[in-house]
Design a protein around this ligand. Structure first.
Ligand code: TYD
Ligand code: MG
Length: 458
């Protein structure tokens, strides 16, 4: 029987359940509930005691720009929206082993050239961090190190410092508050530890970076339970078998969200990749069929990516559809539109789609480039050479316009592309503002005219 003073908390999303179930009703993750003790006293409401009066302000007062510190690792600074803001809290989430500690040690080393930085590790001993620093050739950096897990001790130590600019906590799932009964890594420990340290950061004016491991099985609380507590949420993504890593901002109170920074994991740590388009374009062979180049926007930056597809006959009733880096529901929609509006029957074929370089695309603007790659795969004819493609496809087969056309075209020109297939724009004034470069532009209105363009390819 369940004890009365405990409840079951989902370690992925933090939802509370009175009974154990295999699946969390709130976030649908499996096997993520863990029994935790209920707080000693439940909130009782305000009662009769009066509070103090708070002051209310006008919107147009004198605003004080928050102070920012640059790490001078430009890929990192861009993702944070132009440097770390004083008193702000940043969560850096990612799979174990992806490179979070490496990245943050590099950031701390750079920052410590001009500012006081503290790096607190709950996972590694001081000597292990020193070894890593040696490998990264950062042994001379003026970082102050500690191996600690007690939030009470950490706060006490940080409280005494007055010129502190940056604190890194690696990782928040190791930290514990001794007044709570639950073990480190549970939702209540992770939340309370983060709250205490973030409050201290706001009061003392230093920036705090919390590292959070993403775990699939829910054995420790995931970074999602902290997202609302911090100002900025960054995820470090990538495939461990591939050397490229992407740092992506999914929430940022001090800058644009969805910004990406691209890094390369090398022997000597993470290096910056300042021209990611070159990375996501395969050594582009003009002769292959089933490939096209999409000019996308990631955050504020244009990025060219290659899209590859393969169509194979299938003997099964429900042929396989596999997608890497794009939404599979979007592919299903696109296949239905191609079938209904253009008569391209793919119902009995297996379809595989891959975004080269491990990038994840979420823009509908990729529709047209995906369609080009699929059509080229069916016809087994290479698509256009030296051409970038973008545009959203509507359900009736119309091509809809997308944002930031001139930025996409400029990037394509920079990388040596000579032609672009883009959505038709009715308004002449908008057309003019697009672009004045050398690229040949084909504007198209619907899928039919796109198909006839494709058939022109010899
Ligand atoms: P780490 O930063 O410890 O990951 P996390 O903190 O996210 O768990 O990175 C671990 C991986 O990075 C490990 O597999 C080794 C690799 N690595 C390098 O390839 N080069 C390096 O210079 C360093 C320090 C690590
Ligand atoms: Mg680590």
């Amino acid at each position: 029987m369940t004890k009365k003073n405990t409840h079951f908390v989902c370690q992925m999303c933090g939802a509370s359940h009175p009974k154990w179930t295999g699946k969390c009703d709130s976030c649908n993750s499996w096997n993520s509930l863990l029994e935790e003790r209920l707080p000693e006293s439940l909130p009782k409401g305000l009662g009769t005691k009066k509070g103090n009066q708070i002051s209310l302000f006008q919107l147009d007062g004198l605003e004080k720009q928050p102070y920012r510190w640059l790490s001078e690792i430009s890929e990192f600074d861009r993702v944070t929206g132009g440097g770390l803001v004083s008193g702000s809290a940043i969560l850096v989430g990612g799979d174990p082993g992806i490179g979070k500690s490496t990245l943050l040690l590099q950031v701390a080393a750079k920052m410590s050239e001009k500012n006081e930085c503290v790096y607190i590790s709950g996972e590694e001993a001081i000597d292990q961090i020193r070894l890593r620093a040696k490998r990264l050739r950062l042994s001379n950096a003026k970082i102050e190190l500690a191996a600690a897990t007690s939030v009470r001790d950490i706060c006490r130590t940080l409280e005494e410092k007055n010129t502190l600019r940056l604190v890194i906590i690696d990782s928040i799932q190791c930290m514990y508050v001794d007044s709570l009964d639950s073990t480190p890594g549970t939702v209540s420990q992770v939340r309370t530890s983060a709250q205490e340290m973030v409050r201290l950061a706001k009061r003392k004016g230093f920036a705090i970076i919390l590292v959070g491991h993403v775990t699939k099985d829910g054995s420790i609380a995931g970074p999602r339970v902290l997202e609302h507590l911090v100002d900025t949420v960054l995820y470090f993504e990538g495939d461990r078998s591939n050397q490229y890593r992407i740092l992506r901002s999914v929430k940022n109170r001090f800058g644009p969200a969805d910004e990406i920074g691209v890094f390369e994991m090398t022997e000597g740590g993470l290096g910056q990749v300042t021209n990611p388009s070159a990375l996501f374009l395969n050594e582009y062979d003009e002769q292959i069929s089933g490939a096209s180049v999409f000019a996308g926007i990631e955050g504020t930056r244009p990025v060219l990516v290659e899209i590859q597809s393969l169509i194979a006959p299938s003997s099964q009733g429900a042929p396989r559809r596999a997608v890497i880096g794009w939404e599979s529901s979007r592919l299903a929609m696109l296949l239905a539109v191609l079938e209904t509006r253009c008569g391209l029957g793919l119902a009995s074929s297996e379809v595989y789609l891959n975004i080269v370089g491990g990038l994840k695309i979420s823009e509908p603007a990729a529709d047209l480039a995906v369609a080009a790659s699929l059509i080229s795969s069916i016809t087994e004819k290479p698509a256009f050479s030296k051409t970038v493609i973008f545009g959203e496809i509507g359900l009736s087969g119309e091509i809809r316009t997308v944002s930031q056309i001139s930025a996409r075209l400029k990037e394509a020109e920079k990388l040596g592309f000579t032609r672009a297939i883009i959505p038709f724009e009715k308004k002449p004034e908008k057309k003019k503002s697009r672009y004045s470069g050398k690229i040949e532009i084909n504007e198209i209105k619907d899928l039919k005219s796109f198909l006839s363009l494709l058939t022109e390819v010899p």
